[in-house]
Structure formats: structure tokens, C-alpha cells
Design a binder for this molecule. Structure first.
Ligand code: CA
Ligand code: CA
Length: 331
């Protein structure tokens, strides 16, 4: 009897082993492009995997001192746009888990502490259509033919604060004129590694395969409501408790830690293209390329031709937009 029992047990074990191996094999196949994965991603309208370990902005940025041990929390890993019918879902994934509260135990309305994210979308890819400036404090710009038509702001705190900022700074004409293009996301939440924002299609439009996207990952600073500051942490020469280091002490260096980029070098090249000096109006902001998708599952090609890479093309003429003062290019 005992022998038979053992035999049955052995048979069950063998069966379980085979079954599990079978499962493993199946899921691998699915991952490689089986029907299941197509079904799973059929609603994905855009996906881009960012390079890792490039949460250094221009390449020189360092984390605020208290966050040094949380290296990776600002490192964008992937960005996905999903079509959920009447809703568009934006999923921003990071290399390190999202902190629900800051190191002092402070928490915010939406359930995370450190990341502030802008999602710029070019919906028509036409020249002289849309906005080439960024939201205040980002210190970046966009190409004329890649001007954004909508920007979604994902903040740990209430979206109303962003709306209030725009309203109380209505004397900044460029911002006022773009107020309907700025969407502070209301329906946002965090998962272990991701921030998710859901926005009504009526606010953004029906996603098209040729839409372009760019992400700005920043540190969140609840107290930064300056004229050139919309809740972003600043980057200065030296990091301190609430600032990143590796930038400049005048306005001008991008206050952005990571963007969508095919590799570190491309990102560092474009983000280093700025001029920062005491007289703000002579500053030049770095021009950041959009990333365009063409079809559902294809990886979009990065627009290398819109990027200036001084390290490679030492003698190439500088793009004229780097030679003109910031104010003149706003519209
Ligand atoms: Ca990254
Ligand atoms: Ca990047």
C-alpha cells in the first residue's frame, strides 16, 4: 500500500513538473509574440523604452543629498500610452520603486512623494502649429516643427494647484494662451514602479500612430511656485537638501532629470545645449526632440536629424535657434 502511495506521489510530482515546464515554455512563447501578447497589447498606441542609468539630465546632474541613496527613482524606464475607449492611459515606469512618502514621512494627495512628470504631445507634426516653450521652470524648448499641442502634468499633489498657478500668473501671456493645452491630470495613481494618469480623450484627442511624445521627469518641490518654477525641484551647481547638483546657479540649465532618449549620449548632448547667465533674457534653453511612433507595435525611430551633437560634429554650424534669445522665440 505504502509502495503504491509513493508511486502515486511520484507520478503526481512528475505530472506537476511537466505541467510547470509546459507553463514556462508557453509563457516564453507568448512573450515572444504569441496571440496572447498581441491581445494584451492591442490597446497600446505608443511604447518607448528609455535607456537606463541616464537620470543625470545633461550627464552631470547629481541627486539632492537626502535622495542619493535612492538612486534610480528619477530614472525613466518606459513610457506607454493605452487606449481605453473614452480614456487615454499614460504609464510612466521608473527603475526604482515609487516612494509613497518622503524621507520625513510626508505624503501627498496622490500617493507618492518625489516625481513630477510632464508629458508633451505633438498631435499634428506641423510646422508653426502648437507651442515650442515648456511649462515654467523646466528650462527646455521644442523644435518649431515638433511643437506640442497638449501637455499632461502628473503631480503628487492636487491638480488644482497647477490650475491655480496658471490662473494667478495670467500675465505670462504665452502661458495664458496655452492654458487649454495644459492638462493637469486629475485621475492619477502610483503602482510599485509606475505612475499612471488617465485622461479623457475629449481633452487630448483620439491618439494617432504619428503622434509625437516627450517626457520630462523632474523632482517635485511643493514650494516652487516662482515665475520660472512650476513645482519642479531646481538643479544648481551643487546639490543640497532640496536641489539637484551639476547645473548652473543662474536659471538656464534644464531642471529635468530624464527624458525619452535612445541612449545616454543623445540625451546628454541635447540637454547640454543651453546658455545660462546672470541676465535671464540672454539665456538659451536646450531644445528637446519629440519621439514619434508610426504604427502600433513599432519602436519609433529617434529623430537624430533634429539633434545637435556637439561632441560628434565639432565643426558643424550651430542651429540658429541656439543663437537667439529665449523671449524672441516664444509665441
Ligand atoms: Ca532613463
Ligand atoms: Ca533618457
Amino acid at each position: 500500500m505504502i509502495g503504491l502511495k509513493s508511486l502515486k506521489l511520484l507520478a503526481s510530482l512528475i505530472f506537476i513538473s511537466i505541467f510547470c515546464v509546459g507553463c514556462g515554455g508557453k509563457s516564453t512563447k507568448t512573450w515572444e509574440g504569441g496571440i496572447k501578447s498581441v491581445e494584451k497589447t492591442s490597446k497600446v498606441v505608443f511604447r518607448y523604452n528609455d535607456s537606463l542609468f541616464d537620470d543625470r539630465g545633461t550627464g552631470r546632474y547629481t541627486y539632492p543629498i537626502p535622495l542619493e541613496e535612492k538612486e534610480g527613482i528619477f530614472d525613466l524606464k518606459s513610457f506607454v500610452v493605452r487606449d481605453l475607449g473614452n480614456i487615454l492611459e499614460f504609464v510612466v515606469e521608473f527603475r526604482r520603486p515609487i516612494d509613497p512618502e518622503d524621507i520625513n514621512g510626508k505624503s501627498y494627495q496622490n500617493g507618492w512623494a518625489y516625481q513630477l512628470v510632464d508629458i508633451y504631445i505633438d498631435t499634428d507634426h506641423k510646422s508653426v502649429s502648437g507651442n515650442t516653450f515648456s511649462l515654467p521652470g523646466r528650462n527646455i524648448e521644442f523644435n518649431d516643427d515638433e511643437a506640442w499641442d497638449k501637455v499632461i502634468v502628473i503631480s503628487p499633489d492636487s491638480e488644482k494647484l497647477v490650475k491655480n498657478y496658471i490662473q494667478s500668473n495670467s500675465d505670462m501671456r504665452y502661458l495664458f494662451d496655452a492654458r487649454n493645452d495644459i492638462i493637469p491630470a486629475h485621475n492619477v495613481f502610483s503602482k510599485t514602479y509606475t505612475l499612471v494618469a488617465r485622461v479623457r480623450k475629449s481633452e487630448v484627442g483620439d491618439p494617432q500612430p504619428d503622434w509625437g511624445y516627450q517626457i520630462c521627469v523632474m523632482g517635485f518641490d511643493q514650494d516652487n511656485e516662482k515665475r520660472n518654477g512650476l513645482f519642479n525641484m531646481e538643479v544648481k551647481s551643487f546639490a543640497n537638501e532640496t536641489r539637484f547638483g551639476g547645473g548652473t546657479d543662474y536659471d538656464g540649465s534644464p531642471n529635468v532629470i530624464d527624458i525619452l532618449s535612445p541612449d545616454k549620449k543623445s540625451q546628454y548632448s541635447v540637454m547640454s545645449q543651453f546658455r545660462s547667465n546672470p541676465y535671464t533674457k540672454e539665456n538659451l534653453a536646450a531644445i528637446i526632440p519629440m519621439v514619434y511612433g508610426k504604427s502600433k507595435q513599432n519602436m519609433p525611430k529617434f529623430r537624430q536629424n533634429s539633434m545637435v551633437q556637439p561632441n560628434i560634429r565639432q565643426n558643424a554650424p550651430i542651429d540658429r535657434r541656439y543663437m537667439e534669445p529665449l523671449e524672441g522665440r516664444r509665441r
